[in-house]
Design a protein around this ligand. Structure first.
Ligand code: G4P
Ligand code: NA
Ligand code: NA
Length: 194
């Protein structure tokens, strides 16, 4: 997605050879106009998939997920990372291991909002090692919902998540794929769609 790639080139900063900072439009401040375009792009890529629900994880997945939900006219559910005061019963949970934090955390969704009749589009801001997406897929599976695909705003193609998810048979659509962050330079993979 050209608009997103231009934004990353303009405002992204390379923190290390594996971490890209995009706090000015995605992870802290949010650019609503760009998010709307991102939502349209996801909606277009999954237009014929019969999506009934979008599933994401707090916090940075929510903005792109809501915009995709707006375009596809379906509700958006976000998995919680912390226990909620009101969300206590009938939780579907999955364990997610973080390679960066070297810890496992539990994510949860109420079974009220995810059922066997749902066809789910999983959305997240970043794809690194794929553990968050796998956890969301596990939750969808536990709810007996089917998974139409996984939409990612920024995929780090040099990390394992993309091949892990694709090898498992998931359709993964990434709007920008970074091939390298070496030497402080953001390099992109050749775009295959559009
Ligand atoms: P890992 O697999 O590489 O170990 O990373 P992990 O999934 O544990 O991700 C830790 C957090 O870092 C996640 O956000 C993830 O989206 C984010 N992340 C991973 N790689 C990058 C990157 O290159 N740049 C940026 N900006 N973020 C990255 P989170 O902690 O769940 O936070 P949030 O969703 O509340 O923002
Ligand atoms: Na994040
Ligand atoms: Na995220």
């Amino acid at each position: 997605m050209e608009l997103l790639i231009e934004k990353i080139k303009k405002e992204g900063s390379v923190l290390s050879s594996s971490v890209l900072k995009v706090d000015s439009f995605l992870n802290h401040q949010i650019d609503p106009q760009l998010m709307l375009e991102i939502g349209k792009e996801f909606a277009q890529r999954f237009a014929d998939s019969g999506i009934t629900k979008i599933l994401t994880i707090e916090s940075s997945g929510i903005a792109p997920a809501v915009m995709a939900g707006l375009q596809l006219n379906v509700p958006v559910v976000f998995a919680r990372k912390r226990k909620s005061l009101t969300l206590v019963n009938n939780l579907i949970t999955a364990s997610v291991y973080s390679f960066t934090k070297e810890e496992t955390s539990e994510i949860s969704v109420s079974n009220q909002y995810l059922t066997e009749n749902d066809k789910v589009l999983i959305i997240d801001d970043f794809l690194a090692n794929g553990q968050a997406a796998l956890g969301l897929a596990e939750i969808a599976s536990k709810a007996k919902a089917s998974i139409a695909g996984i939409g990612i705003v920024i995929e780090k193609g040099f990390q394992d998540g993309g091949s892990l998810l694709r090898d498992k048979g998931y359709t993964v659509e990434s709007l920008a794929t970074i091939s390298s962050l070496e030497d402080g330079i953001v390099s992109f993979e050749q775009q295959t769609t559009e």
